[in-house]
Design a protein around this ligand. Structure first.
Ligand SMILES: [Zn+2]
Length: 283
């Protein structure tokens, strides 16, 4: 697992498996000491400041049990407040594991993801189990998602004295959201804008919805300092816009030429060709 700081309030954790990215974000001003104003200082104001500072969210999750176990101490060592919220960009199992590290913290997701999880109970758990069995991974306990907080998307989500922006991001799957962290100019894209993976249409994924999501992400990527894809390296906004154009070209070609569509440059490995064949089958 790799952890790097993208901004004073944003830490990126990348799993050794699947290069899944987990973004840890705290509300701005999280490390400022509450103001002590002598006799005039009001305890209520101090308490309010502490409460505002004490907001740390974990978006998506690493995959390995030991990586998940390290998250709470990593947050503490960074000087962030303990995690008070978990968010998942979409309901694929590899983005849902944060509750294994924070069993007492509620998981929030887009309403579309909550609907999907309701409609397919046990699927994420089953896929996680299959993955673990294949790689001989042992976990102490099964994945319990708890009661989900379904968030309206598009919308906003308060964190300390600031807000995260939630943007619709479907097409890869039927559900999902991208998260814009305005003060850090970080875009957490979900399974879009990856330099290592071609656009994939999973079950329920749709080419036209995917293209619409890319158009929605365009202005955010243009304004971003960092773009965090679901899998693979973080890019700057310019590189993300390059990937966005490549992905649009690929998806258009997929619609017009099917199997004969050319894959994006740098994403033509055997595994990417396998994903391409799956896309063709999904059309
Ligand atoms: Zn994923």
């Amino acid at each position: 697992m790799r952890a790097v700081s993208l901004h004073r309030d944003v830490i990126l954790v990348t799993s050794a498996l699947l290069q899944v990215n987990c973004t840890i974000v705290r509300g701005p001003g999280g490390d400022e000491e509450p103001a002590v104003g002598g006799e005039a200082a009001s305890t209520a104001a101090q308490a309010a400041t502490e409460r505002l500072a004490a907001e740390t969210f974990v978006i998506d999750s690493p995959v390995l049990p030991e990586e998940l176990e390290l998250l709470p101490s990593l947050i503490q060592q960074a000087g962030f407040a303990p995690a008070s919220g978990l968010l998942a960009t979409h309901a694929d199992w590899d983005h849902l594991l944060a509750r294994m590290a924070f069993a007492d913290v509620a998981l929030g997701c887009a309403e579309s993801s909550a609907d999907r999880l309701d409609a397919e109970p046990g699927v994420a758990q089953r896929e996680l189990r299959r993955f673990d069995e294949e790689l001989y991974i042992k976990r102490g306990r099964p994945l319990a998602l708890g009661s989900l907080q379904a968030l309206p998307v598009p919308g906003r989500c308060e964190i300390g004295e600031a807000e995260l922006e939630l943007h619709v991001a479907d097409g890869h799957t039927t559900d999902g959201m991208a998260i814009w962290i305005p003060w850090a100019r970080v875009l957490v894209a979900g399974d879009y804008l990856s330099t290592v993976e071609i656009p994939t249409l999973s079950e329920g994924g749709r080419r036209d919805a995917y293209l619409a999501t890319l158009e929605r992400l365009r202005p955010l990527a243009a304004a971003a300092e960092h773009v965090v894809p679901g899998h693979g390296p973080v890019t700057d906004g310019a590189r993300a816009l390059g990937v966005l154009e490549e992905d649009i070209a690929y998806l258009r070609a997929l619609g017009e030429r099917g199997a004969a569509a050319e894959l994006p440059p740098g994403r033509r490995s055997r595994e990417q060709r396998r994903l391409h064949a799956r896309n063709v089958a999904a059309l």
